[in-house]
Design a protein around this ligand. Sequence first.
Ligand SMILES: Nc1ncnc2c1ncn2[C@@H]1O[C@H](COP(=O)(O)OP(=O)(O)O)[C@@H](O)[C@H]1O
Ligand SMILES: [Mg+2]
Length: 289
Amino acid sequence: MAEYGRDCRAQPFMTSGHGSAQASAVLTAEGIGKRFGSGATAVTAIDEVTLSVKQGELISVIGPSGCGKSTLFNIIGGLITDYEGEVRIDGRRVSGCHPDIGMVFQEESTFPWRTALENVEFPLEVRGLPAAERRQRAQQFLGLVGLTEFADRYPGELSGGMKARTAIARTLAAHPKILLMDEPFGALDEQTRLLLGDRLSQIHRELGQTTLLITHSITEAVHLSDRVVVMSYRPGRIKRVVDVDLPRPRSSEIIESEQFGHLVASIWHDLREEASRGLAADEASRRSS
Ligand SMILES: Nc1ncnc2c1ncn2[C@@H]1O[C@H](COP(=O)(O)OP(=O)(O)O)[C@@H](O)[C@H]1O
Ligand SMILES: [Mg+2]
């Protein structure tokens, strides 16, 4: 029941104050910092991260493994409450989990004992929707992710990509105002990711949800985003924000374009140094362990 334990809808949240400077931003993270541990072994996972996401915008946060992406995701989603800085929704400071935020987790998170349809119905059950209504809404969202035919299958009978889509449909069914996704396709091969990226792009076009996507894939970030936030490795800071001014609607065919290639190259230029630092740190820690 790991996922259930993480379901925050029942937990309290607080609001206070107004942030007039970010009035047009739906989601703002300001001066976010997080240290794990203490003394000589303390790790500053992220430091002074400030970003804001406007209504309907899709922003990706990209960085090498260990740069603090999931830490930021967990802070914004309210799962980590002990941190520096402020998270605001519509200018109001929030603390803890918030019903306006829907989260899709990095790891496998479907309920294996429920069919795909019953998985998507789950948040609607929690909210007490009548059976007929929740079934109809769950079918609608399964359709949106292209899984109508697989409604009665259990996760064990689905591919990794189908499970990821089921998890996305389940989060979307709760109608969150803001969608946070932590490497939703992280475990999938590149081709499948690109095709599911097309599906995500289409859903984003239809629902217009304000979205923050955490990824380590440059291609995925450029394909899907309005802006890409590049993070440095340890401490995770914002190294650069890249505007992706590619036309929409986009399909994965756009990766063949010259402009796409330029954006990928430019992001890799920044990311390469950070990824190398991450690799060196990983090798050093393995040597000493
Ligand atoms: N609960 C924790 N306790 C101690 N260190 C942690 C914890 N969570 C993350 N870290 C450390 O914080 C850093 C960032 O981790 P994480 O946010 O998971 O990175 P990413 O998602 O970018 O791979 C890593 O060095 C990781 O070891
Ligand atoms: Mg992570």
